[in-house]
Design a protein around this ligand. Structure first.
Ligand SMILES: Nc1nc2c(ncn2[C@@H]2O[C@H](COP(=O)(O)OP(=O)(O)OP(=O)(O)O)[C@@H](O)[C@H]2O)c(=O)[nH]1
Ligand SMILES: [Mg+2]
Length: 447
Protein backbone atom coordinates (compact mmCIF):
# COMPACT_ATOMS: atom_id res chain seq x y z
CA UNK A 1 0.00 0.00 0.00
CA UNK A 2 1.40 3.33 -0.95
CA UNK A 3 0.26 6.89 -1.67
CA UNK A 4 1.90 9.39 -3.87
CA UNK A 5 3.98 11.83 -1.89
CA UNK A 6 5.42 14.83 -3.63
CA UNK A 7 6.21 18.38 -2.78
CA UNK A 8 3.16 20.56 -3.51
CA UNK A 9 0.93 17.49 -3.92
CA UNK A 10 -0.38 17.12 -0.41
CA UNK A 11 -2.85 14.34 -1.14
CA UNK A 12 -1.46 12.20 -3.91
CA UNK A 13 -3.50 9.22 -5.01
CA UNK A 14 -2.78 5.59 -4.26
CA UNK A 15 0.25 4.30 -6.15
CA UNK A 16 1.17 0.89 -4.69
CA UNK A 17 2.41 -1.47 -7.40
CA UNK A 18 1.69 -5.19 -7.52
CA UNK A 19 3.94 -7.87 -6.09
CA UNK A 20 5.67 -10.11 -8.61
CA UNK A 21 4.29 -13.60 -9.04
CA UNK A 22 6.20 -16.61 -7.85
CA UNK A 23 7.68 -18.97 -10.40
CA UNK A 24 5.81 -22.13 -11.41
CA UNK A 25 7.17 -25.60 -10.82
CA UNK A 26 6.82 -27.33 -14.17
CA UNK A 27 7.43 -30.93 -15.20
CA UNK A 28 8.55 -31.28 -18.82
CA UNK A 29 9.26 -34.31 -21.01
CA UNK A 30 12.80 -34.27 -22.39
CA UNK A 31 13.82 -36.80 -25.06
CA UNK A 32 17.44 -36.59 -23.84
CA UNK A 33 16.56 -38.29 -20.56
CA UNK A 34 16.02 -42.00 -20.13
CA UNK A 35 15.44 -42.36 -16.40
CA UNK A 36 14.09 -40.65 -13.31
CA UNK A 37 17.36 -41.14 -11.46
CA UNK A 38 17.67 -37.38 -10.84
CA UNK A 39 14.69 -37.61 -8.50
CA UNK A 40 15.83 -40.64 -6.59
CA UNK A 41 17.67 -38.75 -3.87
CA UNK A 42 16.62 -35.16 -4.27
CA UNK A 43 12.98 -34.69 -3.43
CA UNK A 44 12.45 -31.02 -2.75
CA UNK A 45 12.35 -28.43 -5.47
CA UNK A 46 11.22 -24.87 -5.34
CA UNK A 47 10.76 -22.16 -7.91
CA UNK A 48 11.91 -18.61 -7.28
CA UNK A 49 9.74 -16.22 -5.32
CA UNK A 50 8.51 -12.91 -6.67
CA UNK A 51 9.62 -9.63 -5.18
CA UNK A 52 7.45 -7.03 -3.46
CA UNK A 53 5.63 -4.28 -5.23
CA UNK A 54 6.64 -0.71 -4.40
CA UNK A 55 5.37 2.82 -4.46
CA UNK A 56 5.23 4.91 -7.63
CA UNK A 57 3.34 2.02 -9.25
CA UNK A 58 6.43 -0.08 -9.46
CA UNK A 59 5.63 -3.76 -9.80
CA UNK A 60 7.71 -6.47 -8.19
CA UNK A 61 9.74 -8.82 -10.36
CA UNK A 62 8.27 -12.26 -11.18
CA UNK A 63 10.14 -15.31 -9.89
CA UNK A 64 11.69 -17.66 -12.44
CA UNK A 65 9.91 -20.94 -13.17
CA UNK A 66 11.59 -24.16 -12.17
CA UNK A 67 11.49 -26.79 -14.90
CA UNK A 68 11.94 -30.41 -13.80
CA UNK A 69 12.99 -32.52 -16.76
CA UNK A 70 11.72 -36.08 -17.01
CA UNK A 71 11.90 -38.76 -19.70
CA UNK A 72 9.23 -38.91 -22.38
CA UNK A 73 6.64 -41.37 -21.11
CA UNK A 74 6.45 -40.10 -17.54
CA UNK A 75 3.13 -40.14 -15.75
CA UNK A 76 2.74 -37.34 -13.19
CA UNK A 77 0.40 -37.85 -10.26
CA UNK A 78 -0.70 -35.77 -7.31
CA UNK A 79 -0.09 -37.54 -4.01
CA UNK A 80 -2.27 -37.10 -1.00
CA UNK A 81 0.13 -35.45 1.46
CA UNK A 82 -1.19 -37.36 4.46
CA UNK A 83 -1.35 -40.88 3.03
CA UNK A 84 1.26 -40.55 0.25
CA UNK A 85 -1.09 -42.36 -2.09
CA UNK A 86 -1.94 -41.08 -5.57
CA UNK A 87 -4.96 -38.79 -5.57
CA UNK A 88 -5.28 -38.24 -9.31
CA UNK A 89 -3.24 -38.14 -12.50
CA UNK A 90 -2.03 -34.67 -13.34
CA UNK A 91 -0.61 -35.53 -16.76
CA UNK A 92 0.80 -38.27 -18.93
CA UNK A 93 3.73 -36.74 -20.80
CA UNK A 94 4.11 -38.78 -23.97
CA UNK A 95 5.71 -36.29 -26.36
CA UNK A 96 9.01 -34.43 -26.33
CA UNK A 97 8.50 -30.97 -24.88
CA UNK A 98 5.11 -31.73 -23.38
CA UNK A 99 4.79 -30.00 -20.01
CA UNK A 100 2.52 -29.49 -17.07
CA UNK A 101 2.50 -27.07 -14.14
CA UNK A 102 2.52 -29.07 -10.91
CA UNK A 103 2.74 -26.15 -8.50
CA UNK A 104 1.70 -22.76 -9.85
CA UNK A 105 3.58 -19.80 -8.50
CA UNK A 106 1.60 -17.68 -6.11
CA UNK A 107 0.08 -14.56 -7.60
CA UNK A 108 1.61 -11.36 -6.36
CA UNK A 109 -0.70 -9.29 -4.22
CA UNK A 110 -2.26 -6.39 -6.05
CA UNK A 111 -1.29 -2.91 -4.93
CA UNK A 112 -3.83 -0.43 -3.65
CA UNK A 113 -4.19 1.30 -7.03
CA UNK A 114 -6.42 -1.64 -7.96
CA UNK A 115 -8.98 -1.05 -5.30
CA UNK A 116 -10.04 2.44 -6.23
CA UNK A 117 -13.74 2.84 -6.97
CA UNK A 118 -16.07 5.83 -7.29
CA UNK A 119 -16.72 5.75 -3.57
CA UNK A 120 -13.33 4.47 -2.41
CA UNK A 121 -10.85 7.00 -3.61
CA UNK A 122 -8.06 6.15 -1.25
CA UNK A 123 -8.04 2.44 -0.52
CA UNK A 124 -5.93 1.94 2.58
CA UNK A 125 -5.37 -1.74 1.82
CA UNK A 126 -3.60 -3.91 -0.66
CA UNK A 127 -3.78 -7.60 -1.25
CA UNK A 128 -1.28 -9.99 0.28
CA UNK A 129 0.75 -12.11 -2.05
CA UNK A 130 -0.41 -15.67 -2.39
CA UNK A 131 1.80 -17.90 -0.25
CA UNK A 132 3.88 -20.61 -1.90
CA UNK A 133 2.10 -23.88 -2.44
CA UNK A 134 3.47 -27.31 -1.72
CA UNK A 135 2.57 -30.49 -3.52
CA UNK A 136 3.74 -34.04 -3.34
CA UNK A 137 4.15 -35.39 -6.84
CA UNK A 138 4.71 -38.95 -7.95
CA UNK A 139 6.62 -39.58 -11.17
CA UNK A 140 6.37 -42.91 -12.94
CA UNK A 141 8.24 -43.66 -16.10
CA UNK A 142 6.38 -45.99 -18.40
CA UNK A 143 8.21 -47.55 -21.31
CA UNK A 144 8.01 -45.84 -24.63
CA UNK A 145 9.39 -48.59 -26.80
CA UNK A 146 8.41 -49.07 -30.43
CA UNK A 147 8.13 -52.83 -30.06
CA UNK A 148 7.98 -55.16 -27.07
CA UNK A 149 9.15 -58.76 -26.76
CA UNK A 150 6.29 -60.55 -25.08
CA UNK A 151 5.98 -64.23 -24.17
CA UNK A 152 6.15 -66.93 -21.54
CA UNK A 153 9.18 -67.06 -19.21
CA UNK A 154 12.39 -68.58 -20.63
CA UNK A 155 11.30 -68.47 -24.28
CA UNK A 156 14.41 -66.40 -25.07
CA UNK A 157 13.18 -62.80 -25.03
CA UNK A 158 16.31 -61.51 -23.32
CA UNK A 159 18.50 -63.63 -25.58
CA UNK A 160 16.91 -61.97 -28.62
CA UNK A 161 17.32 -58.39 -27.39
CA UNK A 162 20.94 -59.18 -26.46
CA UNK A 163 21.55 -60.38 -30.02
CA UNK A 164 19.92 -57.48 -31.87
CA UNK A 165 20.90 -54.53 -29.64
CA UNK A 166 23.54 -53.36 -27.21
CA UNK A 167 21.32 -54.30 -24.26
CA UNK A 168 22.94 -56.86 -21.95
CA UNK A 169 20.18 -58.36 -19.84
CA UNK A 170 20.66 -61.39 -17.64
CA UNK A 171 19.94 -64.66 -19.47
CA UNK A 172 19.36 -67.91 -17.62
CA UNK A 173 17.46 -71.15 -17.89
CA UNK A 174 15.02 -70.47 -15.09
CA UNK A 175 11.74 -68.53 -15.35
CA UNK A 176 11.49 -64.87 -14.35
CA UNK A 177 15.14 -64.15 -14.93
CA UNK A 178 14.10 -60.72 -16.16
CA UNK A 179 12.40 -58.72 -13.41
CA UNK A 180 12.43 -55.23 -14.85
CA UNK A 181 11.99 -54.32 -18.50
CA UNK A 182 15.16 -53.75 -20.57
CA UNK A 183 15.37 -51.39 -23.49
CA UNK A 184 17.63 -51.67 -26.50
CA UNK A 185 17.98 -49.91 -29.82
CA UNK A 186 17.97 -52.25 -32.82
CA UNK A 187 19.10 -51.20 -36.27
CA UNK A 188 18.03 -52.85 -39.50
CA UNK A 189 20.27 -53.22 -42.57
CA UNK A 190 18.20 -50.45 -44.17
CA UNK A 191 19.50 -48.06 -41.49
CA UNK A 192 16.10 -47.73 -39.80
CA UNK A 193 16.25 -48.14 -36.04
CA UNK A 194 13.69 -48.70 -33.32
CA UNK A 195 13.51 -49.11 -29.55
CA UNK A 196 12.86 -52.63 -28.43
CA UNK A 197 11.71 -53.63 -24.95
CA UNK A 198 12.37 -56.96 -23.26
CA UNK A 199 9.47 -57.42 -20.88
CA UNK A 200 9.45 -59.97 -18.03
CA UNK A 201 7.73 -63.23 -18.83
CA UNK A 202 3.95 -63.50 -18.71
CA UNK A 203 2.06 -66.54 -17.51
CA UNK A 204 -1.52 -67.66 -17.49
CA UNK A 205 -3.41 -65.41 -15.08
CA UNK A 206 -1.06 -62.47 -15.69
CA UNK A 207 -4.05 -60.30 -16.53
CA UNK A 208 -5.32 -60.93 -12.99
CA UNK A 209 -1.94 -60.07 -11.55
CA UNK A 210 -0.34 -63.51 -11.40
CA UNK A 211 3.40 -63.70 -11.72
CA UNK A 212 4.84 -60.32 -12.55
CA UNK A 213 2.06 -59.85 -15.05
CA UNK A 214 0.17 -56.73 -14.14
CA UNK A 215 3.10 -54.44 -13.70
CA UNK A 216 4.45 -55.27 -17.11
CA UNK A 217 1.28 -55.55 -19.08
CA UNK A 218 0.87 -51.86 -18.22
CA UNK A 219 4.06 -51.08 -20.10
CA UNK A 220 2.96 -52.98 -23.19
CA UNK A 221 -0.07 -50.71 -23.28
CA UNK A 222 2.02 -47.97 -24.84
CA UNK A 223 3.93 -50.08 -27.31
CA UNK A 224 2.60 -50.00 -30.85
CA UNK A 225 3.93 -53.40 -31.93
CA UNK A 226 4.17 -56.72 -30.08
CA UNK A 227 6.83 -59.30 -30.91
CA UNK A 228 5.21 -62.43 -29.57
CA UNK A 229 8.02 -64.91 -28.79
CA UNK A 230 7.22 -68.61 -28.53
CA UNK A 231 9.64 -71.39 -27.52
CA UNK A 232 9.09 -74.10 -30.15
CA UNK A 233 10.77 -76.74 -28.00
CA UNK A 234 7.90 -76.34 -25.55
CA UNK A 235 10.47 -75.44 -22.93
CA UNK A 236 11.83 -77.60 -20.17
CA UNK A 237 8.39 -77.64 -18.57
CA UNK A 238 7.15 -79.59 -21.55
CA UNK A 239 4.76 -76.87 -22.65
CA UNK A 240 3.25 -76.79 -26.08
CA UNK A 241 4.09 -73.96 -28.51
CA UNK A 242 0.58 -73.60 -29.89
CA UNK A 243 -0.95 -73.59 -26.44
CA UNK A 244 1.54 -70.99 -25.19
CA UNK A 245 0.69 -68.78 -28.12
CA UNK A 246 -3.05 -68.95 -27.36
CA UNK A 247 -2.50 -68.44 -23.63
CA UNK A 248 -0.49 -65.26 -24.09
CA UNK A 249 -3.00 -63.84 -26.55
CA UNK A 250 -5.84 -64.61 -24.15
CA UNK A 251 -3.97 -62.81 -21.34
CA UNK A 252 -3.38 -59.76 -23.53
CA UNK A 253 -7.06 -59.68 -24.46
CA UNK A 254 -8.16 -60.15 -20.85
CA UNK A 255 -5.95 -57.29 -19.72
CA UNK A 256 -7.16 -54.84 -22.34
CA UNK A 257 -9.13 -55.61 -25.44
CA UNK A 258 -7.05 -53.25 -27.56
CA UNK A 259 -3.94 -55.29 -26.77
CA UNK A 260 -5.51 -58.24 -28.56
CA UNK A 261 -5.93 -56.23 -31.73
CA UNK A 262 -2.51 -54.61 -31.57
CA UNK A 263 -0.20 -55.40 -34.50
CA UNK A 264 1.81 -58.52 -33.70
CA UNK A 265 4.72 -60.39 -35.20
CA UNK A 266 4.97 -64.02 -34.13
CA UNK A 267 8.51 -65.25 -33.45
CA UNK A 268 9.30 -68.96 -33.14
CA UNK A 269 12.54 -69.14 -31.14
CA UNK A 270 15.10 -71.93 -30.46
CA UNK A 271 14.73 -73.27 -34.00
CA UNK A 272 18.38 -74.44 -33.79
CA UNK A 273 17.30 -77.33 -31.59
CA UNK A 274 16.44 -80.62 -33.30
CA UNK A 275 12.84 -81.72 -33.70
CA UNK A 276 11.36 -78.22 -33.66
CA UNK A 277 10.31 -77.99 -37.35
CA UNK A 278 6.85 -79.42 -36.78
CA UNK A 279 6.01 -77.12 -33.91
CA UNK A 280 7.32 -74.16 -35.90
CA UNK A 281 5.10 -75.01 -38.88
CA UNK A 282 2.02 -75.40 -36.71
CA UNK A 283 2.75 -72.03 -35.10
CA UNK A 284 3.17 -70.46 -38.54
CA UNK A 285 -0.31 -71.69 -39.44
CA UNK A 286 -1.80 -70.12 -36.30
CA UNK A 287 -0.03 -66.83 -36.98
CA UNK A 288 -1.34 -66.80 -40.53
CA UNK A 289 -4.84 -67.59 -39.30
CA UNK A 290 -4.63 -64.51 -37.09
CA UNK A 291 -3.14 -62.34 -39.82
CA UNK A 292 0.26 -61.93 -38.17
CA UNK A 293 3.69 -62.05 -39.81
CA UNK A 294 5.77 -65.05 -38.72
CA UNK A 295 9.53 -65.56 -38.28
CA UNK A 296 11.43 -68.68 -37.27
CA UNK A 297 14.66 -67.68 -35.48
CA UNK A 298 17.38 -68.82 -33.15
CA UNK A 299 18.79 -66.44 -30.58
CA UNK A 300 21.55 -69.00 -30.03
CA UNK A 301 22.88 -69.02 -33.61
CA UNK A 302 21.42 -65.70 -34.78
CA UNK A 303 19.59 -67.39 -37.63
CA UNK A 304 16.56 -65.46 -38.88
CA UNK A 305 17.19 -62.44 -36.66
CA UNK A 306 18.23 -60.08 -39.47
CA UNK A 307 14.99 -60.78 -41.29
CA UNK A 308 13.03 -60.27 -38.07
CA UNK A 309 14.75 -56.94 -37.36
CA UNK A 310 14.15 -55.71 -40.92
CA UNK A 311 10.47 -56.62 -40.82
CA UNK A 312 10.08 -55.04 -37.38
CA UNK A 313 11.81 -51.83 -38.49
CA UNK A 314 9.52 -51.58 -41.52
CA UNK A 315 6.40 -52.22 -39.45
CA UNK A 316 7.49 -49.67 -36.81
CA UNK A 317 8.04 -47.08 -39.55
CA UNK A 318 4.60 -47.82 -40.98
CA UNK A 319 2.94 -47.51 -37.56
CA UNK A 320 4.80 -44.29 -36.79
CA UNK A 321 3.66 -42.75 -40.05
CA UNK A 322 0.08 -43.85 -39.38
CA UNK A 323 0.20 -42.48 -35.84
CA UNK A 324 1.85 -39.16 -36.69
CA UNK A 325 -1.37 -37.66 -38.00
CA UNK A 326 -3.50 -38.57 -35.04
CA UNK A 327 -3.29 -37.04 -31.59
CA UNK A 328 -2.30 -33.56 -30.62
CA UNK A 329 1.18 -32.04 -30.69
CA UNK A 330 3.16 -31.40 -27.52
CA UNK A 331 1.96 -27.83 -27.30
CA UNK A 332 -1.68 -28.71 -27.68
CA UNK A 333 -1.34 -31.51 -25.15
CA UNK A 334 0.30 -29.14 -22.67
CA UNK A 335 -2.57 -26.70 -23.08
CA UNK A 336 -4.99 -29.48 -22.34
CA UNK A 337 -3.20 -30.33 -19.07
CA UNK A 338 -3.27 -26.67 -18.14
CA UNK A 339 -7.00 -26.39 -18.77
CA UNK A 340 -7.61 -29.43 -16.62
CA UNK A 341 -5.49 -27.98 -13.84
CA UNK A 342 -7.39 -24.71 -13.91
CA UNK A 343 -10.69 -26.53 -13.84
CA UNK A 344 -9.60 -28.39 -10.69
CA UNK A 345 -8.55 -25.10 -9.09
CA UNK A 346 -11.87 -23.40 -9.69
CA UNK A 347 -13.99 -26.09 -8.11
CA UNK A 348 -15.87 -25.00 -4.98
CA UNK A 349 -16.81 -27.79 -2.60
CA UNK A 350 -19.28 -27.38 0.21
CA UNK A 351 -19.58 -30.05 2.87
CA UNK A 352 -21.67 -30.01 6.00
CA UNK A 353 -19.54 -30.55 9.10
CA UNK A 354 -22.18 -29.84 11.71
CA UNK A 355 -25.85 -28.93 11.63
CA UNK A 356 -25.02 -25.25 11.26
CA UNK A 357 -21.43 -25.41 10.16
CA UNK A 358 -20.14 -25.81 6.62
CA UNK A 359 -16.71 -26.45 5.23
CA UNK A 360 -15.93 -24.69 1.95
CA UNK A 361 -12.84 -25.83 0.07
CA UNK A 362 -11.28 -25.21 -3.32
CA UNK A 363 -7.92 -23.85 -4.37
CA UNK A 364 -9.23 -20.54 -5.63
CA UNK A 365 -11.49 -19.83 -2.67
CA UNK A 366 -8.77 -20.73 -0.19
CA UNK A 367 -6.43 -18.43 -2.04
CA UNK A 368 -8.80 -15.49 -1.58
CA UNK A 369 -8.78 -16.17 2.13
CA UNK A 370 -5.04 -16.39 2.58
CA UNK A 371 -4.53 -13.24 0.54
CA UNK A 372 -6.70 -11.18 2.86
CA UNK A 373 -5.22 -8.90 5.46
CA UNK A 374 -7.41 -9.58 8.50
CA UNK A 375 -6.31 -6.49 10.36
CA UNK A 376 -7.87 -4.35 7.71
CA UNK A 377 -11.65 -3.98 7.69
CA UNK A 378 -11.73 -2.76 4.12
CA UNK A 379 -9.84 -5.80 2.94
CA UNK A 380 -12.25 -8.09 4.80
CA UNK A 381 -15.27 -6.37 3.30
CA UNK A 382 -13.71 -6.82 -0.09
CA UNK A 383 -13.28 -10.55 0.56
CA UNK A 384 -16.98 -10.89 1.40
CA UNK A 385 -17.76 -9.25 -1.86
CA UNK A 386 -15.51 -11.68 -3.72
CA UNK A 387 -17.22 -14.63 -2.06
CA UNK A 388 -20.50 -13.47 -3.47
CA UNK A 389 -19.03 -12.94 -6.93
CA UNK A 390 -17.20 -16.24 -7.12
CA UNK A 391 -20.23 -18.38 -6.40
CA UNK A 392 -19.38 -19.38 -2.84
CA UNK A 393 -22.56 -17.85 -1.47
CA UNK A 394 -24.67 -19.51 -4.15
CA UNK A 395 -23.02 -22.85 -3.53
CA UNK A 396 -23.80 -22.54 0.17
CA UNK A 397 -27.40 -21.58 -0.55
CA UNK A 398 -27.80 -24.60 -2.84
CA UNK A 399 -26.33 -26.86 -0.17
CA UNK A 400 -28.96 -25.59 2.26
CA UNK A 401 -27.06 -23.08 4.40
CA UNK A 402 -29.19 -20.52 6.22
CA UNK A 403 -28.35 -17.07 7.54
CA UNK A 404 -26.27 -17.25 10.68
CA UNK A 405 -24.61 -20.58 9.84
CA UNK A 406 -20.90 -20.92 10.34
CA UNK A 407 -18.76 -21.21 7.22
CA UNK A 408 -15.27 -22.66 7.63
CA UNK A 409 -12.51 -22.05 5.14
CA UNK A 410 -9.07 -23.29 6.05
CA UNK A 411 -8.64 -22.46 9.73
CA UNK A 412 -11.04 -19.50 9.65
CA UNK A 413 -14.74 -19.21 10.38
CA UNK A 414 -17.22 -16.78 8.86
CA UNK A 415 -20.88 -16.14 9.36
CA UNK A 416 -23.11 -16.87 6.40
CA UNK A 417 -25.41 -13.98 5.69
CA UNK A 418 -27.72 -15.62 3.21
CA UNK A 419 -27.94 -15.32 -0.54
CA UNK A 420 -29.85 -12.07 -0.26
CA UNK A 421 -27.22 -10.53 1.95
CA UNK A 422 -26.43 -6.92 1.32
CA UNK A 423 -24.10 -6.27 -1.51
CA UNK A 424 -20.91 -4.36 -0.93
CA UNK A 425 -20.33 -1.52 -3.36
CA UNK A 426 -19.85 -1.78 -7.09
CA UNK A 427 -17.18 -4.27 -8.16
CA UNK A 428 -13.70 -3.03 -8.97
CA UNK A 429 -12.00 -3.75 -12.25
CA UNK A 430 -11.43 -7.47 -11.75
CA UNK A 431 -15.16 -8.10 -11.43
CA UNK A 432 -15.50 -9.35 -14.96
CA UNK A 433 -13.14 -12.26 -14.29
CA UNK A 434 -15.11 -13.05 -11.14
CA UNK A 435 -18.33 -12.98 -13.13
CA UNK A 436 -17.02 -15.55 -15.56
CA UNK A 437 -15.91 -17.66 -12.68
CA UNK A 438 -19.33 -17.61 -11.08
CA UNK A 439 -20.90 -18.61 -14.37
CA UNK A 440 -18.52 -21.54 -14.73
CA UNK A 441 -19.16 -22.71 -11.22
CA UNK A 442 -22.85 -22.57 -11.92
CA UNK A 443 -22.33 -24.56 -15.13
CA UNK A 444 -20.48 -27.29 -13.36
CA UNK A 445 -23.18 -27.33 -10.72
CA UNK A 446 -20.64 -28.02 -8.03
CA UNK A 447 -22.33 -27.72 -4.68
N1 LIG B 1 19.11 -73.53 -27.81
C1 LIG B 1 18.64 -72.32 -27.62
N2 LIG B 1 18.52 -71.86 -26.39
C2 LIG B 1 18.05 -70.59 -26.24
C3 LIG B 1 17.67 -69.79 -27.33
N3 LIG B 1 17.24 -68.62 -26.87
C4 LIG B 1 17.34 -68.64 -25.52
N4 LIG B 1 17.82 -69.85 -25.13
C5 LIG B 1 18.04 -70.27 -23.75
O1 LIG B 1 16.80 -70.23 -23.05
C6 LIG B 1 16.98 -69.85 -21.70
C7 LIG B 1 16.10 -68.67 -21.37
O2 LIG B 1 16.53 -67.54 -22.11
P1 LIG B 1 16.19 -66.05 -21.72
O3 LIG B 1 16.65 -65.19 -22.82
O4 LIG B 1 16.68 -65.76 -20.34
O5 LIG B 1 14.62 -66.13 -21.69
P2 LIG B 1 13.55 -65.02 -21.32
O6 LIG B 1 12.40 -65.18 -22.23
O7 LIG B 1 14.21 -63.70 -21.28
O8 LIG B 1 13.13 -65.49 -19.86
P3 LIG B 1 12.50 -64.65 -18.65
O9 LIG B 1 13.31 -63.40 -18.50
O10 LIG B 1 12.66 -65.54 -17.47
O11 LIG B 1 11.09 -64.41 -18.99
C8 LIG B 1 18.46 -69.54 -21.53
O12 LIG B 1 19.10 -70.67 -20.98
C9 LIG B 1 18.94 -69.33 -22.97
O13 LIG B 1 20.29 -69.65 -23.14
C10 LIG B 1 17.82 -70.37 -28.65
O14 LIG B 1 17.53 -69.75 -29.67
N5 LIG B 1 18.29 -71.63 -28.72
MG1 LIG C 1 14.45 -62.45 -19.78
Amino acid sequence: MSFRREAFVPKGGPDGGDGGRGGDVVVQADPQLSSLIDYRYKHHFRAERGTHGQGARRHGRDGADLVLRVPVGTVVRELDAATQTPAYTIADLTQPGERVVVAPGGAGGRGNIHFVTSVRRAPAFAEKGEPAREHWIELEMKLMADAALVGMPSVGKSSIIARVSAARPKIADYPFTTLVPNLGVARAASGQSFVLADVPGLIEGASEGRGLGHQFLRHIERTALILHVVDVTGGYEGRDAEQDYETINAELAAYASELASRPQIVVANKCDLPGTEDAAERLRALAERDGHAFFAVSAATGEGLDALVSATAAEVARLRAAGAGEGAGAEEASERWERERQRRERGVHVAREERHAWRVSGAQVERMVVQTDWDNDEAVAYLQHRFARSGVDDALARAGAVSGDEVRILELAFTYEGAGAERVEEPPEDARADDELAARIADEGEA
